[in-house]
Design a protein around this ligand. Structure first.
Ligand code: KIV
Length: 270
């Protein structure tokens, strides 16, 4: 059964309901049909076709070389394998630099099978978020560590460690919610900041390296399976404890997010 005809398909309303009930949800990156089936059948609520594919699939040292053609191709693959998860696709580096570009590129991702698009930034993406939301395209605003800005940030570092930076992220998160963002993704921020932002917003907040208090958790698939060359602090390999190979590892991840055993203190920035 395709995701379109599955009556139990995950929608934004599902994520809002889970947040309202205080139940955590799980998200993972997916780049192909085979893993999209395994992940969605294991109960992963959101599949992110992430521009991290530039690093984990293509071997680049950043996400900057990823193109719209790459994102459309992988979104189409994930759509074919998906069994009811919500598909979120990244607008890659420089694909939302002007209004015309943004609308054309976001529409292409939605036509390829995305249910929501993700873009990186703070206050400067508020108008873009509004532009898309008003035209029926749900937006996930990616804040904290934003890998497309790695050259400006000066590396893949934890963000919001000092009060001034933390206050700016809180303010801009509110601004993006007001502009119409449907979800927020928070990457690599201290645990206390992850909690503060999640508590202050109505929309679901998805965390990676942002502590256990966000509404949902997201990980890069290759990290969960322990096949990435580097292991940041917030990463856990779920394959080592699995007694059913890859499907068991994914179920372990989903269950650990739901029963609050992942992320633990070891995976948090304090
Ligand atoms: O592209 C991606 O995989 C991401 C995750 C790191 C959240 O944005």
């Amino acid at each position: 059964m395709s995701s379109q005809s599955n009556s139990k398909a995950v929608t934004l309303t599902t994520l809002l309901d889970l947040k309202a009930r205080g139940e955590k949800f799980s998200c993972l990156t997916a780049y192909d049909a085979c893993f999209a089936t395994i992940l969605s059948e294991a109960g992963v609520e959101v599949l992110l076709v992430g521009d991290s594919l530039g690093m984990v699939l293509q071997g680049h040292d950043s996400t900057l070389p990823v193109t719209m053609a790459d994102m459309i191709y992988h979104t189409e693959c994930v759509k074919r394998g998906n069994r009811g998860a919500l598909i979120m696709s990244d607008l890659p580096f420089m694909s939302y630099a002007s209004e015309t570009q943004t609308l054309e590129n976001a529409a292409s991702l939605m036509r390829a099978g995305a249910h929501m698009v993700k873009l990186e930034g703070g206050a400067w993406i508020a108008n873009t978020t509004r532009l898309l939301a008003e035209r029926g395209i749900p937006v996930c605003a990616h804040m904290g560590l934003t890998p497309q800005s790695v050259n400006r940030i000066g590396g893949f570092h934890v963000q919001g460690r000092n009060t001034e930076q933390a206050e700016m992220i809180i303010e801009e998160a509110q601004l993006l919610q007001d502009a119409g963002a449907s979800t927020l993704l928070l990457e690599c921020v201290p645990r206390a900041l992850g909690k503060k932002i999640t508590d202050s917003l109505n929309i679901p907040v998805i965390g990676i390296g942002a502590g256990p208090d966000t509404s949902g958790q997201i990980m890069v698939l290759h990290d969960v399976l322990g096949v990435s060359p580097i292991t940041p602090k917030f990463v856990k390999n779920f394959l080592t404890d699995s007694d059913n190979g890859i499907p068991g590892a994914i179920e372990g991840y989903v269950n650990s997010v739901k029963n609050l055993t992942f992320p633990s203190d070891d995976h948090c920035f304090n």
